[in-house]
Design a protein around this ligand. Sequence first.
Ligand code: GDP
Length: 302
Amino acid sequence: MVGSALLRRLRNEDCTIVTASRKVLDLRDAKATRDWLALTRPDTVFCAAAHVGGIHANNARPADFIRDNIEIQASVIHGAYQAGVEKLVFLGSSCIYPREAPQPIPEAALLTGPLEPTNQWYAIAKIAGILQCRAYRRQYGCDYISAMPSNLYGPGDNYHPTDSHVVGALIQRFHEAKTAGYPEVKVWGSGRPRREFLHVDDCADALVFLARHYSDEEHVNIGSGTDLTIAALADLVARTVGYEGRFDFDRSQPDGTPRKLLDVRRLNELGWRPRIALAEGLADAYADYRDGIAATPDAKIA
Ligand code: GDP
């Protein structure tokens, strides 16, 4: 999802883009990754590839999440260093912060307390990636930076009923209920956790901005600066999709962390702000789902 958004964003720049699809290059394979980077010799690398998923997927497959992410980032960061890559932007996530972090969460909250258990596997891998970039800067002088986006949504999202993040899941479930005429939709958890959402095109724009204007050891939060409850999000998604039935909360499913609103002052002070409001972004995400996956039922379970 982020990789595709970066391609859309970089089309407006004077640069040659080199990509490697999953079929061509397995980034967990350090040698293959090193060889590919040595051959293509990019000036800048965006390390957006990761094994990602929502609260259920993280909880259900902790080994995949911790292993794949550590392998991917170790191959890419070390391969970039060996190939003489000048700039690397490593992507993490707001789940790297302690569960009880102060809100909004400043960058300095990293490693100040215990993590949220449902996604600690992914978080630990991403924390290792941030520290790897810092270590390569200190020891080898590499200009490698890290960016921490809040919860992302938008075109190219995963709409799997159980493995996706909340926006993709709710778009899929409300659309299915509208189409099939179901009277009720289940939303996981209590509806009370708060989340901050950022459209993936805004995220890609911030990543290009940071690649150009930021060079330091400390990672940088990327977010919209506002959050809402999952109940309010469900209401907004239902209206976007045009679902007129009820929705109810399935309290047997986990809530995860109560809140993770990012403190985005550092990014704002550098001169970047998001452009896409949530209602507008959700309409765009729903159009992507309706005209893509929902229109080709064989591709439903990606
Ligand atoms: P998180 O930010 O790492 O917890 O990622 P998620 O996007 O998976 O979940 C965000 C919040 O949405 C959690 O409180 C979930 O319980 C809630 N949620 C409600 N319905 C769903 C759903 O259908 N799928 C997912 N993944 N989360 C849901």
